[in-house]
Design a protein around this ligand. Structure first.
Ligand code: GTP
Ligand code: MG
Length: 251
């Protein structure tokens, strides 16, 4: 059996936290869940503490202030490595990602020796619900741009629903990973792909959040565009940032 830690980053998700945690626990009862809360003003962290008090499979990591999705995940990954988990999962708290897909995604990690399985909107069988035409077009165009610039074969580089073999994120920390927002997802997938890791995409139906507010704004989109362009151009001149070595020391 693969020991699995599901990391759920939260910032002001008071309405969503209980249902998503219940769905994760039901879908993968053997997995442990780590809520990484950045001191949400709406009390999400306290709700997390209540859930943790009633369930030995749930833990909460309280961070002092909002410091971005990437930083929250990196701290979750570090804990997963420290505690000897084999697999670490990324999932949004807002209900956009269906935990019922997790058994299938974990089976791909195990059976196909995948280092990264992406819950993908943009492969055959994948879809997006409740997105206007324009938002759909922007996501598709952004992914196509990143794929071409980075010469990647991944269709949904920005997806935030993923299962990683813990060994693939070893050595990835703030000293290595430079992106904050969305682009964090692009950077991780691309680093694993260029390091020769096995990346698979599993089709999912993405559902737009029903409650709470988005934390993704124009600044985060701009960060992704600028960075992807920079990495792409650098790699064309043979100056890609060094891919993560499997032997990288654990920091
Ligand atoms: N701990 C922590 N979690 C965050 C931070 N920013 C976003 N999140 C969480 O990361 C997940 C994804 O953020 P969302 O705001 O849903 O971003 P998105 O899915 O790209 O955009 P929408 O679904 O349109 O809102 C959610 O679970 C958020 O609560 C942060 O700074 N710290
Ligand atoms: Mg969301």
């Amino acid at each position: 059996m693969m020991r699995t830690l599901v990391v759920v980053p939260t910032y002001n998700e008071a309405e969503s936290i209980r249902p998503i945690i219940a769905r994760i626990r039901a879908a993968v009862p053997d997995a442990h869940v780590l809520i990484v809360d950045d001191n949400s003003p709406d009390g999400t962290g306290l709700i997390g503490d209540e859930l943790a008090a009633d369930d030995g499979h749930i833990e909460v990591l309280h961070r002092p202030a909002k410091a971005g999705l990437g930083a929250a995940y990196l701290q979750g990954f570090a804990l997963a490595i420290e505690q000897g988990y084999d697999v670490v999962v990324e999932i949004d708290a807002d209900g956009s990602h269906d935990p019922a897909e997790l058994p299938a995604m974990l089976a791909i990690v195990r059976d196909e020796a995948a280092d990264l399985v992406i819950g993908s909107r943009w492969v055959a069988g994948g879809s997006v619900m409740n997105w206007p035409w324009a938002r759909r077009a922007i996501s598709r165009a952004g992914n196509r741009y990143a794929r071409v610039m980075l010469r990647s074969s991944i269709r949904d580089l920005t997806a935030g629903f993923r299962a990683y073999r813990t060994s693939a994120v070893r050595g990835l920390d703030r000293a290595v990973v430079s992106s904050q927002g969305y682009c964090f997802q692009v950077e991780l997938a691309w680093r694993i792909e260029t390091a020769g890791g096995v990346v698979r995409e599993h089709p999912i139906a993405f559902v737009e959040r029903a409650n709470g507010e988005s934390k993704m704004g124009a600044g985060i989109v701009a960060e992704a565009l600028v960075r992807v362009t920079g990495w792409g151009v650098a790699s064309w001149f043979g100056r890609a940032p060094a891919p993560v070595s499997r032997a990288a020391p654990e920091l």
